[in-house]
Design a protein around this ligand. Structure first.
Ligand code: PBG
Length: 326
């Protein structure tokens, strides 16, 4: 060739050309908004390490859900912070407990216009902060925890959740939850399995968000950052057990895992852009070190490109607003 080959740059010449030739795009419907509700507060409480995110009251949560519908957001994932905790996380089973009540309130507010998801885990409800109950040695007891998860599943489905999000990483949790749903007549309640969930330092701000009581870590049940193949095992087991969708979490430090899972999964794949990922970008932007909007868009697009069908992100509503105006 006697001329430089300008094929790469030809398709980058104008915004319209770049828009036409974009391989991936974000849409509001791909986004899931994680939201916190705290029992016993009358005003929303800011979360210091997650600027812009709050612990909601019932009223502000209902408003956030209605706003998500307006913006075309795909779903909402609810986390409850109870006023009273105990060793077995009893408040998670109370039909009027903070999370079950929130599911019911949000369902009454938005009906079927938004996919309503409940976090199905004990860590917000236990006084020790672990995702399950403990045995006499303080080890998280897998099978005793499963019994409670089955009951939580029924409580959340009774409250009106469309989707349950088991995030505790107990072995066999999907099978137990599916069975409990079938036996209680909730055959259409879906499961979004936190299938490949890693023990991560990036969960830090979430611990503030839910006033976590945890001392220590979750390394006996969450995955080790050193492992890649193991994610496929976790995903295969969850799909066999009945997962309707599977999740990789965190997102940005695990994009290889996400790509692996996207390549093999016969069910839709989610990724959770977690609290620490949110906090890092917000902190850098607040210092003027990066362009906030550009960094947010790029980070979520990167997660989509790696293979996520849906993305849980604390920016879901704001991002949906930007996508609608562009
Ligand atoms: C457990 C749970 C956690 C998150 C979602 N579900 C915390 C953990 O596993 O330690 C973290 C989400 C985030 O950091 O944004 N119920």
């Amino acid at each position: 060739m006697s001329f430089p080959n300008h094929r790469p740059r030809r398709l980058r010449t104008t915004p319209a050309m770049r828009r036409l030739t974009a391989e991936y795009r974000l849409a509001p419907a791909d986004l899931i908004l994680p939201a916190f509700i705290r029992e016993g507060i009358s005003e929303p409480a800011p979360i210091t390490s997650m600027p812009g995110v709050v612990q909601h009251t019932t009223e502000t949560l209902k408003r956030a859900a209605a706003e998500a519908v307006e913006l075309g957001v795909g779903g909402i994932m609810l986390f409850g912070i109870p006023a009273v905790r105990d060793a077995r996380g009893t408040a998670s089973l109370d039909p009027d407990g903070v999370l079950n009540k929130a599911i019911r309130d949000v369902r009454a507010e938005v009906g079927d216009d938004l996919v309503i998801m409940g976090d199905l885990c004990l860590d917000e409800f236990t006084d020790h902060g672990h995702c399950g109950v403990l045995d006499a040695d303080g080890y998280v007891d897998n099978d005793a925890t499963l019994e409670i998860y089955g009951q939580m599943a029924v409580a959340q489905a009774d409250a009106g959740a469309h989707v349950l999000g088991p995030s505790g990483m107990m072995d066999g949790q999907i099978a137990v939850i599916r069975q409990a749903l079938e036996e209680s007549g909730h055959k259409n309640t879906a499961i979004l399995a936190y299938a490949a969930k890693y023990a991560s330092a990036f969960y830090g701000p979430f611990r503030e968000a839910v006033d976590s009581q945890l001392t220590g870590d979750r390394r006996t049940y969450q995955m080790d950052a050193a492992n890649r193949r193991e994610a496929i095992l976790e995903v295969e087991l969850d799909i066999e057990e009945g997962a309707d969708m599977v999740m990789v979490k965190p997102a940005m430090s695990y994009l290889d895992i996400l790509a692996d899972v996207a390549a093999m999964s016969p069910v839709p794949v989610s990724a959770y852009q977690i609290s620490g990922e949110y906090a890092m970008i917000e902190a850098a932007a607040a210092n003027g070190w990066i362009d906030r909007r550009g960094a947010i868009m790029e980070s979520v697009l990167g997660i989509k490109r790696a293979g996520a069908n849906t993305v849980l992100t604390y920016w879901a509503a704001e991002l949906a607003g930007w996508l609608r105006e562009s």
